[in-house]
Design a protein around this ligand. Structure first.
Ligand code: ADP
Ligand code: XUL
Length: 542
């Protein structure tokens, strides 16, 4: 007689976020309460890869930014060991999903599928997958070396507006289509020996699945290759990125709805860590879409993520026929067949704040905040713009720009206090102006939902609240992308046809941390107008 299996009375969900600087994992119960967390920081815990902020910058060309997929694999080995040491019954995990930094691409070498299918549970993943990649350095979202391929793609499909109409975005350097195009044109041998191309999200998912995982509709919208209406690869975009003989469609595999259960966990994880063989693997998605799912945005809410990148995203009522003027439309990860989200992304986020903290505040957030708080809102009319890397929006080169209240350019501000406030006000004015261009409007009902590493800093959030003239709320965790993965697991495992809201409900519990000051609207409405003019002058000079 077959031994009866114990009934699983305590189903748990395991969510990951393979982001720029770290790999984070979170375990929640069915009520979506966080029980355990584990993380691996690439710079600190994997120093042999010599990353700075989780990435490798090319010494000769600052536009080329990559990370080694084998580092991410090693991070998975470490985080799994950390999870094992948490000493909870791993076999009660019923679902795994995750998020990845968007746009980055992983190139699996011919034969890698077999490697994934036959992983030996007695060995580490990184020992077995050391030769699984045909491109050893994966281009990541911070890369901006593909302008010529962007131009080529836009031209091939009939212009930037046409590309935006099809894919939800004009061509952007970090988007995967142009990255693949660069590899196709400059590393043909590597391209030809590639069996499969994954996004960072579907790459991580493939390891848990023990087979190639499909690219989900939402993260797939960040490639300039997916038709966001039909959710199929657009033949013209594929050809424009490569050629009609490149076999790209087969290398990408079929895109899958973000809500899909793709299978059960690989035997490797069952044998090595004690997962139940019934544990389901749900499609992984992008970090911003995953945060979007964790935040359950209402129609008047504005999400602001302050991680390595800063992003602003909104839920989109309907699909604008021509795409957005700037920014991106992605399939909504909660109902990826029908709905959409809008987003705008800024490259110079936390790492630029860290640079100014180093130069002005002795690397201390405490001193940084004291400096910030010792200057008045509006900063005596001074305005600053700080770019360590080529910015995405606005498209400007690296460099700092400082202006006094007359709009004259300065080499230096008069004090560190003014410098720190100029940085934070300048960043948020830019977030506001460009968010308005993708349809962001604040009203009395508006709430800003903040997430990402810097959302733990209430003094920075106060400036955000003032600049947007709306209250700011945060979740218990500053990392919503991995939590969003757990929400998505619960939805994907629920009865077919049930909506995300029916299953997850408004689980996102936010607390208010700041209200805008009364004088903020007047100060920042004026400043936003000045900022827009100054920013334009910098774009023209870039
Ligand atoms: P990512 O997911 O993109 O790797 P995170 O969302 O984890 O990034 O954010 C990491 C960033 O959070 C760090 O670069 C750091 O500058 C920032 N951060 C952490 N704590 C604070 C703080 N108290 N104030 C401002 N920024 C902070
Ligand atoms: C979004 C983007 C970044 C990455 C890393 O378009 O490029 O936000 O997802 O977080």
């Amino acid at each position: 007689m077959m031994e009866e299996k114990p009934v699983n009375t305590n189903p748990l969900y395991l969510g990951f976020d393979l982001s720029t600087q770290s790999l984070k994992a979170v375990v929640t119960n069915e009520a979506l309460e966080v029980l355990y967390e584990a993380s691996v920081n690439f710079d600190k815990d994997l120093p042999e890869f010599r990353t700075n902020g989780g990435v490798n910058k090319d010494e000769r060309n600052s536009k080329i930014v990559s990370a080694q997929p084998i580092m991410w694999v090693k991070a998975l080995d470490i985080v799994m060991e950390k999870i094992r040491l948490l000493e909870f019954p791993i076999d009660t995990i019923v679902g795994i999903s995750g998020a990845g930094q968007q746009h980055g691409s992983v190139y699996w070498r011919r034969g890698a599928q077999k490697m994934l299918q036959t992983l030996d549970s007695g060995k580490f993943l990184h020992d077995q997958l050391a030769f699984a990649f045909s491109v050893t350095h994966s281009p990541v979202w911070m890369d901006s070396s593909t302008t010529e391929y962007c131009d080529k793609l836009e031209k091939f499909v009939g212009g930037p507006e046409e590309l935006a109409k099809i894919t939800g975005s004009k061509a952007y350097e970090r988007f995967t289509g142009s990255q693949i195009s660069k590899i196709f044109h400059t590393k043909r041998e590597a391209y030809n020996s590639t069996e499969r191309i994954s996004l960072v999200s579907s790459f991580a998912c493939s390891i848990f699945l023990g087979d190639y995982a499909g690219i989900d509709y939402s993260d797939g919208s960040g490639m300039n290759l997916l038709d966001i209406r039909t959710k199929t690869w657009d033949a013209k975009c594929l050809e424009g990125a490569t050629s009609n003989e490149s076999n790209l469609e087969a290398k990408l595999g079929m895109p899958v709805p973000s809500e899909s259960v793709l299978g059960t966990v690989s035997n490797y994880f069952v044998e090595r860590y004690g997962f139940s063989p019934d544990c389901k693997v749900v499609a992984f998605t992008g970090d911003n879409p995953s945060s979007f799912a964790a935040m359950a945005l209402g129609p008047t809410d504005i999400a602001v993520s302050l991680g390595t990148s800063d992003t602003v995203f909104l839920s989109l009522d309907s699909l604008p026929e021509e795409g957005l003027g700037e920014g991106h439309i992605f399939a909504n990860p909660m109902s990826s067949r029908e709905h959409y989200m809008a987003m705008v992304c800024f490259k110079n986020g936390s790492l630029t704040r860290e640079r100014v903290r180093r130069d002005a505040a002795d690397r201390s957030w405490k001193i940084f905040n004291e400096l910030l708080n010792s200057t008045p809102r509006g900063n005596f009319g001074n305005i600053g713009m700080y770019y360590d890397l080529w910015e995405i929006i606005p498209k400007v080169r690296n460099g700092d720009h400082r202006f006094n209240k007359e709009g004259s350019k300065l080499n230096k501000f008069t004090s560190k206090e003014v410098e720190v406030r100029a940085l934070i006000e300048g960043q948020f004015l830019s977030r506001r102006i460009h968010a308005e261009r993708i349809g962001c409007k604040t009203s009395k009902e508006s709430k800003i939902l903040a997430t990402g590493g810097a959302s733990g800093n209430e003094d920075i959030l106060q400036v955000l609240s003032d600049v947007f003239n709306a209250p700011v709320y945060v979740q218990d965790t500053s990392s919503s992308a991995d939590l969003g993965a757990c929400y998505r697991i619960k939805h994907a495992l629920a009865e077919e046809g049930s909506s995300f809201m029916e299953v997850v409900g408004n689980k996102a519990s936010f607390k208010k941390v700041c209200d805008p000051n009364r004088d903020a609207k007047e100060i920042y409405d004026n400043m936003a107008k000045r900022f827009e003019v100054l920013e334009k002058s910098i774009v023209q000079g870039s």
